[in-house]
Design a protein around this ligand. Sequence first.
Ligand code: SF4
Ligand code: SF4
Ligand code: FES
Length: 811
Amino acid sequence: MPKQVNLTIDGRAVSVPEGTLIVNAAKGIGIDVPVFCYHPKMEPVGMCRQCMVEVGRPMVDRATGQVVMENGQPKIQFGGKLETSCTTPVTEGMVVLTASEKARASQHDILEFLLTSHPLDCPVCDKGGECPLQNLTMRYGPAESRFLYDEKQHLAKHVPLGELIWLDRERCIQCARCVRFQDEVAGEAVLGFYQRGRAIEIVTNSEPGFDSVFSGNTTDICPVGALTTDDFRFGARPWELKAAASVCAQCPVGCNITFNTRREALSNGKVVVKRVMPRQNEAVNETWICDKGRFAYHFTEDAGRLVKPLVKVGKKHETAKWDAAVEQAGRKLRSAGGDAVILAGGRLSNEDLFNLKQLADGLGGEALLYTTMGGGAYTTQAGVAAGTNIKDMGAGTTILVVASDLYNEAPIWHLRVKQATRRGATLIVAGGRATRLEKYAKFVVRYAYGDEAATVAGLAKKAKVGEAIAATENLLVLYGSDGLGLEGSSALAAACASLLVETKHVNKSNNGLIGVWPRANDQGAWELGFQARTDLAKALAGKTVYVVAADPAGDDPALAEALKEAKFVIAQELFPTETTRLADVILPAQAVTEREGSFTSGERRVQRFYPAVPPRPEARPDFAVAAQVARAAGIELEGRSALLVMEKLAAAVPAFAGLSYRKLAEVSEQVPIIGRGDMYYGGTTYENSQGLGVHLALNALEAIKAPRARAALRPKENQWLAVPVTRLYDRGVTVATSKLLTARIGEPTVFLHQDGAKKLGLDGAAEVRVNGSSVRARVVVDGNVPASVVLLPRSMGFPLQAPAVADLKKA
Ligand code: SF4
Ligand code: SF4
Ligand code: FES
């Protein structure tokens, strides 16, 4: 426990841990000191001088070293000058005056100074209404300007820093929050200052511009309207917006977000999402989100959404009434009985998956998760325990990241693991190729693709790495699917779970296994008893298949063939896909913005999301459709509301016992305190008043089955090993529909080592033949790719679920 320090601020006694900055001590008792450059998540720099306060300290007799007393109290001596409260730590007996005449005069003068070169275009500025400069000027600043508008400096107002973020140069107050965020928090120093003094400008030094997956966060923390996002810019005024709490559905981190919505003429009078903002959850995403979470939401409003049920008549799909479509689907499932297969995607909510699992059980059929990553049996038993928070990890914790490019797979985990190393955590990164995270690792373990599980099995005995693991108090293991399919990742999960069990790092907080799943709620599906099969094509052929939120036919020609051979196919989706094209019945689902439910994050935290916009008239939530289909099949399920389904779920599944929507909505005070109406301290990140989520209980640990020995993946002379990898921006239906991300998604691309590329004379494009299909792709030479390996990004049109031999030819 750090030592407590006692002081008074504006006459109020306060006791805070040693080292606390005055600005934070004041915030803790509800006294807001105006700041611009200070942000509670970054190192203080004392650049803007806005936070000046009067500071007095007990007078010490130089001769005796004793505190001088006056009327029985320590005599307080105030310095001649004011001090910046954002850089000054508290000391015992300190007396702080944040609102004295002298402090207020300084705060007023700094504001007047900042406004000398500010354009004052609040009426057209996107930040107007939630702008720290505007708000602080109203509260502390001058009512009138002594400067003539024409004498202000005029700079470029529409500077693209990349395709996502715009800079208005004359609004910038040079606080360096954006530059420091990119450097300190994101670890991607792609912004900088150019010139000096009044001429200082923010510039991007990357190619392409502002090349960072965290760029949108700078617009939240910029204390003026200098940085704005492309999709919100000139799109609405903050006071017109409503806020709905939600959880990002793009990856297993489960970042807490807020959808800001507005009813507008521009969208034919509909209520639409205008922007996505982070919502504070210090145990999940703190106050940040990645750009995929911020910009990919446009899929929910895409004109191409499925809006009506369709049934196949002859070879064509025709619009049908809900009752008729559901009746047909239910009848077919009932007659299939044990031959029914439910194939569900991990973007569904816990409630959807629970109902689908109940339906499969009721029919006596199979409930399968559509995924290329396995190991759920281990994360439900050896996963992280309640109370786990990466933010609390530092010295004494070892984090092992294996077979995962966290930066691309789960950006906020990348950021949090990196921050843990700053606090002293030991990071071990084991992978088949170099990834961005390795820069922060104490140990890097390189293996040949195919040797992942064997490498983890040998880690405890490996010199240095083994010693670090043996000595650590806490051990957190994150495993992914870089270069792995279902079988390989399941074997890797078993090896990771064994390591945790053998070293006694299970069933205690800040210890355990995290699956870096491809989808937001894969963990939920495993918890609810879904299984994954490596012989999926075989499992589908000849069966009655109910596919929900998955596009197997689009991903893999072999699965398309299997669905063609299926007896009957029901597809429940947001968009038309290759799978819906093959389906006999198509049921339109609601998007995450239109409904409520809950997801289970990779850290096994169940979190609630709320409706933000009215649903499309005929689309229905997946859990309700599943209940209707079930009823038509003669099985009664709860389908009236997500809340009622959660009640059933909590009663039926031990890990969820005691959980309810009310519990999921509980909040407690988080540090730093952001929100409370002031946006200058923590930026425009939303305060969390809608729920911090609840950790699931762990299932009882069963003996871990040793995985089957796998054949080593060693390509022969003149062969290529095609390895599936994840890129943040892909062509999945929930990403590719965001026009804003088109440039980032790019065309199908493969990555090769320069030697291999040279050998084949591949300098531009290549024809890649893998698993019986041929795809034309751009070739990118990357020295980090091992020889004889070609990296094929997932969801970019390559039919590759697991490593395979590929042919490469010049296109
Ligand atoms: S662009 Fe915004 S965050 Fe960056 S230095 Fe200027 S005012 Fe500060
Ligand atoms: S890290 Fe994952 S959950 Fe968080 S905003 Fe990005 S995609 Fe969404
Ligand atoms: S100097 Fe303290 S907020 Fe800028």
